[in-house]
Design a protein around this ligand. Structure first.
Ligand code: AMP
Ligand code: MG
Length: 435
């Protein structure tokens, strides 16, 4: 198979182009408003009536005619939020006490704030020198939206702001796209599932043969109380990926760990059938037992790229299986896996959940310390961003490389260091990848 290693921007371009061709999910379901949070609107939300539905007072005060501001006014009544003024239309020299959110009585064209008035024996005076324009402290009926206007488009991810709009239109349920099913396969002979049970010191080894992981217990019990082998590693990637997939509105299906054998990988590929996206982790580097690309190739996969000039994450592969299902072969190092998810998987997955805004989320921050540059690849270093009123700063966290999950968790973003730049000075603005 021909290698195709792309620079970061090219690789992202390939993913975004593929994402642009992804069809929105065919299935739509109706869910309760709050269950729609984190999902994606499958139909536009339209205003069910004018918004506001009446000329709305935006202040507590007095409804009046703006031209009457300088005169002594007779207070003829009161209208509270939720009430409609049923008396005669307001005439010259009259005022009606009004509360925020109440409909403006007929005849009035403005509201003066209660703070700007004085009332003595039923006579209202507006503060001397204060003038009032027609429409002041009033939002006219339909000024925010006319009945039938599109308030939220199809493809919008639903958060609190969208919930507020839907609720303001009386919608107790929303139509959302079905979650795409994402198969997650971690690969590696060294991996142990969290609940997997091992017996300490099992299995005699034949002479000269390397110890199998379970043969030499480390003496550290796993959470389940069993022993984990000295050379064994808990499978953390499947869980990290499942969390990331869920966060993007997909349905994560964690399959059993694949061993570094052709047979085991084939089995998992077969089990992943029927899913909308396949994520593999590990087994895409140059090692003798990195067989993922080989097995994908023999299954008829098409590769869009087989590496990206990024660090961490260089060995990432992206392509499509014979049946059209997209796959990513993510590097096994846990930080690489997560960075590659944010950079490449998330955009594709966002398109698959039906979202229209899909690009990785970049922002900018000022460096708290100098950072060495000069790499031949674009680097995404775990970093801690601090947001303050006078600006946003970022500091790269100390780490032991792309296997260092704890360093990754000490950060809250990734500092982006583009390839070739000699160095980055304290105070300089750099790009950050948000997560
Ligand atoms: P690989 O990409 O398979 O060469 O793996 C690179 C490194 O990541 C090795 O140190 C692996 O032990 C580690 N690794 C691979 N897969 C996982 C996983 N699912 N969970 C935690 N660490 C992993
Ligand atoms: Mg491996």
């Amino acid at each position: 198979m021909a290698e195709r290693v792309l620079r970061f921007a090219e690789a992202l371009g390939v993913v975004l182009a593929e994402a642009g061709r992804v069809a929105v999910p065919a299935e739509v379901e109706s869910v309760e408003l709050l269950h729609a949070v984190g999902r994606v609107l499958a139909e536009a939300v339209k205003a069910n009536r004018d918004q506001p539905p009446f000329d709305r007072a935006t202040r507590d005060g007095y409804a009046l005619r703006a031209v009457d501001t300088g005169a002594a006014l007779r207070v003829v009544g009161q209208v509270r939020a939720g009430e409609v003024w049923c008396g005669a239309a307001l005439g010259a020299g009259e005022a009606i006490e009004i509360m925020t959110g109440a409909p403006l009585p007929a005849g009035a064209d403005a509201v003066v704030m209660v703070e700007h008035t004085a009332v003595e024996r039923g006579v209202l005076w507006v503060e001397p020198g204060r003038s009032l324009k027609p429409g002041e402290n009033v939002v006219a009926q339909g000024a925010e939206a006319r009945a039938g206007a599109r308030l939220l488009p199809t493809g919008r991810a639903i958060g609190a702001a969208e919930v507020a709009v839907a609720a303001s239109c009386g919608r107790a349920e929303l139509p959302v796209f079905a979650r795409p099913k994402v198969a997650i396969v971690a690969t590696g002979d060294e991996l142990v599932e969290l609940a997997e049970v091992h017996t300490a010191g099992a299995k005699a080894q034949s002479e000269g043969e390397a110890m199998r992981p379970e043969a030499e217990a480390s003496g550290y019990p796993s959470v389940a109380g069993a022993m984990i082998g000295a050379a064994e590693i808990y499978n953390s990637n499947s869980y990290a990926l499942a969390a990331l997939v869920r966060g993007e509105g997909g349905e994560a299906r964690r399959l059993a760990v694949a061993r570094d054998t052709v047979e085991s990988l084939r089995e998992r590929l077969a089990e992943a059938k029927g899913c909308d996206l396949l994520l593999l982790s590990g087994g895409v580097s140059m090692g003798k037992f990195d067989l993922v690309e080989q097995v994908l190739t023999e299954a008829g996969a098409e590769f869009f790229f087989t590496g990206a000039l990024i660090q961490p994450g260089k060995p990432i592969v992206f392509g499509r299986l014979a049946d059209g299902t997209h796959f990513f072969g993510l590097p096994g190092n846990p930080v690489s896996t997560q960075v590659c998810f944010h950079l490449f998987v998330a955009p594709l997955l966002r398109a698959m959940v039906g979202r229209t805004v899909i690009a990785p989320m970049f922002s900018e921050a000022r460096l708290e310390e100098d950072v060495k540059g000069g790499a031949k690849v674009t680097r995404f270093l775990p970093a801690e961003m601090t947001s303050a009123w006078d600006g946003v700063t970022v500091k790269v966290v100390g780490w032991q490389g792309s296997g260092d999950v704890s360093a990754n968790a000490r950060g809250n973003c990734y500092c982006v260091l583009p390839e070739g730049v000699e160095g980055f000075a304290k105070g300089e603005a750099v790009r950050v990848l948000l997560r």
